[in-house]
Design a protein around this ligand. Structure first.
Ligand SMILES: Cc1cc2nc3c(=O)[nH]c(=O)nc-3n(C[C@H](O)[C@H](O)[C@H](O)COP(=O)(O)OP(=O)(O)OC[C@H]3O[C@@H](n4cnc5c(N)ncnc54)[C@H](O)[C@@H]3O)c2cc1C
Length: 182
């Protein structure tokens, strides 16, 4: 009999959750993590006695089983907080997920016009190809809004070139903006 019937590559949330579930069902998985700590891009690092998350992580779900799972794992450490996320850009705060009215008001009339024109252009002449995050966002919000917010934010947070990765996750990032699926 194998000592570890299941080997999991990566100790991020997905690997740890899988291991937890397997252990709960009586299996003994082995989690292999290449980093010095587990948690993946949701991990907490320590520096000079302070703890830092790789980005503020909030938990939100509409799935009761997932909600129960989190309460089970965290117990009394589960804290509820009002949510307010904003991007500080050129001296102003922008709601995050982006809100069209707030964004246009902050950008001012000239830049707003450029963004609206770019938005209209994207909707009238969308790119046929929609394989990357850049193409996905540009088709829905226009090149100018992509270049202003989505590109820098996404590349900084996720550490990938927007041209290189597949369009996952944008709906939550763009909540409040109108979007269209082709
Ligand atoms: C700034 C920021 C804010 C976020 N905010 C939220 C939020 O508020 N709410 C939310 O739900 N999600 C949030 N996310 C997303 C969330 O962090 C990710 O969806 C989640 O961490 C993905 O988990 P994962 O296990 O699939 O991958 P990862 O977290 O990427 O973990 C993969 C793990 O595998 C390891 N690994 C990779 N290759 C190997 C290998 N060959 N051998 C061994 N180990 C390997 C890596 O070192 C890593 O530890 C945020 C992400 C970021 C960056």
């Amino acid at each position: 009999m194998l000592r570890y019937p299941v080997v999991i590559a990566g100790g991020g949330p997905a690997g740890l959750t899988t291991a937890y579930e397997l252990a709960r069902h009586g299996l003994r998985p082995l989690v292999c993590e290449k980093h010095h700590i587990v948690g993946g891009i949701a991990r907490t690092e320590q520096y000079k006695g302070y703890r830092y998350d790789i980005g503020g992580h909030r938990f939100y779900t509409k799935v009761p089983a997932v909600e129960r799972f989190w309460h089970e794992v965290l117990g009394d450490e589960f804290v509820e907080r009002p949510r307010l996320s904003r991007i500080y850009y050129n001296g102003l705060f922008y709601n995050y997920p982006l809100n069209l009215i707030n964004t246009l008001m902050n950008l001012g009339p000239i830049e707003s016009c450029r963004i609206v024109l770019s938005y209209l252009q994207a909707h009238m002449f969308p790119s046929r190809q929609e394989e990357t995050f850049e193409e996905w966002v540009t088709n829905r919000f226009g090149r100018r809004l992509f270049a202003t917010f989505f590109k820098t934010y996404t590349e900084k947070v996720w550490g990938f070139r927007a041209r290189r990765f597949a369009p996952i996750g944008p709906p939550s990032a763009s909540k409040g903006c109108r979007s269209r699926r082709r």
